[in-house]
Design a protein around this ligand. Structure first.
Ligand SMILES: [Zn+2]
Ligand SMILES: [Zn+2]
Length: 597
């Protein structure tokens, strides 16, 4: 039975550290956790690590794997451990152990922390691999060879010990580690493909969005082309929502601090809020979310159970103050457009409503060819203190969601402990065209905001009954969804979604007037058309249009001007074809109608 991949990744980190110690006996080690797809180890050799060093370390690691030492665990007392690592000159480990002694944890990062074991206070575990000893909570493989050959050291980064720039600098060596060499290779091929599709690069080439030094980082400005795509996506969501009884609402982008104090967000998220002081010295905030505002529309009148569910939808920007170092393309921005919606319903209506949201999510993501896997994010039953709301409501709501998942007879993932503190949810993972998965839509139940903001209905017995809120954005953040979509399609949007659907390419200057007249006609029929009237050769114009990812090109010359059929080029196809104008228009409109991919 092979060990879980995380165990092998972490064991590979130990072998790397062992190799480093052989080559650099003076090296001091920091932490070496498992990360997505691999591992890293922070080391201090008093100088930067070079690519040649990495080669040498890799060679030494191979040697160690051949020697195949066992991984042996020992439990020793904290004081013994401190003495041991002092003798080994591992001062960073000694610091961690002293932390463990005084604070009960070695927490440096979420990935690797050793906590005092309540069953075994005053003890820690260490692992020996050949001559190498490390402080570690495990688990590990039993012999080094179980790590296999699906690994590779990838890159080096300079970091500070414990992330503080007043601490010594260390070198972080990263590695990938998979079950097999074939899986490692497949991953590298995928990442190379991902790099070619980078949305920051493609977004610029396709003219979808720009950034301005004056406006600031993390604040994308959407061009007419980018705005066209955003609007089409948003219209599509609305088209799916409307039959289910959603109503549109509109709220201001700022609010008095009081709203977030009452909702509980101020206490939790005050740091992430953009705050505004008014001339009268009142404190306002830019909204980081829309839910509390929407509750105020609901609560503006007394609601009978007969009116429920009430469903509000609004596509609007929210603002979150992030550290500028974290901002990246469209994936991490300060101004986030949400296609937000909130359903107010009774606990007994959760199942029905969740079904409807699911249907919208399914249809939306299917249209782009994403495969979805839902995750049932529920309570960690061992930690009831983590969750707000009555256990009875949680039981009912979780049972509704689970019943729905089971009935659908699809693959789903169980997520104990993945619920939010305010309610259970279903999270959807989408697999894109190159095999990467992204967390996308969620169906998120919320018992807490209705309680904090006193959102209720009058039930059959004439009593006040607290309602449940379902947060159900379909794209979530349009910015992030656009980044995923651009990379999924490598910028080649299907015709219905392309900002420019038809590019008209006049062969010579004398065909320009005809080209513009044709463009006008196609526009009147509902297509998005542009004319390339530059002085380039027609060959160059075709290459440019291909680069701009226009799904259709029309080459117009003398024959077309004399009333002949249109000469049509389809994106990605070498041959051109002749089509009568009406047939061409009908074909395009049909593709739009069907959202053909
Ligand atoms: Zn370890
Ligand atoms: Zn919400």
């Amino acid at each position: 039975m092979p060990q879980p991949i995380e165990t092998r990744r972490h064991s590979a980190a130990h072998v790397m550290a062992a190799a480093v110690k052989r080559l650099f006996p003076e090296a001091k080690l920091g932490v070496g956790p498992v990360i997505e797809n691999g591992f890293y180890y922070d080391i201090d050799i008093s100088r930067p690590v070079t690519n040649d060093d990495v080669k040498a370390i890799t060679k030494e690691m191979r040697k160690i794997l051949k020697e195949n030492p066992a991984f042996t665990r020992m439990d020793i007392s904290l004081d013994e451990a401190i003495k041991l690592f002092q003798d080994l000159g591992q001062t960073y480990k000694v610091e961690l152990l002293n932390d463990l002694k005084t604070k009960g944890t070695t927490k440096v990062s979420a990935e690797e922390a050793q906590d005092v074991d309540p069953q075994n206070v005053g003890m820690v575990s260490i692992y020996r691999t050949g001559e190498f000893t490390d402080l570690c909570r495990g688990p590990h493989v039993t012999e080094a060879k179980e790590i296999g050959d699906g690994w590779k050291l990838t890159k080096i980064a300079g970091v500070y010990w414990r992330g503080k720039d007043t601490n010594p600098q260390m070198q972080r060596i990263y590695g990938l580690c998979f079950d097999t060499a074939a899986e490692l290779e497949a991953y590298e091929v995928m990442m190379a493909e991902a790099e070619k599709r980078d949305h920051r690069k493609l977004g610029k080439e396709l003219g979808l969005f720009v950034f301005s030094e004056l406006v600031g980082p993390g604040l994308p400005l959407w061009t007419p082309r980018g705005t066209t795509v955003r609007e089409l996506l948003n219209d599509f969501v609305w088209q799916l929502r409307k039959p289910y009884g959603y109503e549109r609402v509109t709220i201001p982008h700022i609010t008095k601090k009081d709203l977030y104090e009452t909702s509980g967000h101020w206490a939790k998220y005050a740091e992430d809020l953009f705050k505004i002081k008014t001339r009268e010295d009142h404190l306002y905030a830019m909204k980081p979310m829309n839910c509390p505002h929407h509750t105020q529309i609901y609560a503006s009148e007394q609601r009978s159970y007969r009116q429920l569910p009430i469903r509000y939808a609004e596509t609007t920007m929210v603002y979150r103050d992030e550290q500028s170092g974290e901002l990246s393309g469209l994936s991490r921005v300060l101004s986030i457009t949400q296609d937000d919606a909130h359903v107010f319903c009774r606990v007994s209506q959760v199942r029905d409503e969740a079904e409807k949201v699911w249907d919208i999510i399914q249809r939306f993501y299917n249209a782009f060819g994403f495969t979805l896997t839902p995750r049932f994010s529920r309570r960690d039953m061992a930690k009831p203190e983590k969750y707000q709301g009555s256990a009875e409501d949680w039981d009912k709501a979780e049972a509704s969601l689970k019943g729905m998942l089971e009935e659908k007879k699809i693959n789903w993932v169980d997520g104990p402990g993945e619920a939010a503190f305010y309610g259970p949810k279903i999270d959807f993972m989408a697999k894109d065209s190159i095999g990467r998965t992204w967390q996308v839509a969620t169906i998120q139940l919320d018992f807490t905001q209705p309680k904090n903001l006193d959102v209720f209905c009058i039930n059959e017995a004439g009593e006040r009954e607290q309602v449940v809120m379902i947060h159900c954005a379909i794209m979530g953040s349009i910015e992030r969804f656009m980044s995923v979509l651009i990379e999924h399609y490598a910028g080649a949007f299907p015709l219905w979604l392309s900002p420019v659907q038809v590019m008209i390419l006049p062969v010579a200057d004398r065909h320009n007037d005809f080209a513009f007249a044709l463009a006008k006609e196609l526009k009147e029929r509902g297509l998005r058309v542009e004319v390339d009237d530059s002085t380039e050769s027609v060959g160059k114009k075709i290459r440019n249009a291909e680069k701009g990812k226009a799904p259709r090109m029309l080459v117009v010359g003398d024959k077309e001007m004399e009333g002949g059929p249109l000469t049509v080029r389809v994106r990605g196809e070498a041959d051109q074809k002749s089509l009568p104008k009406e047939a061409f228009i009908a074909e395009c409109l049909k593709m739009v109608e069907e959202k053909a991919t």
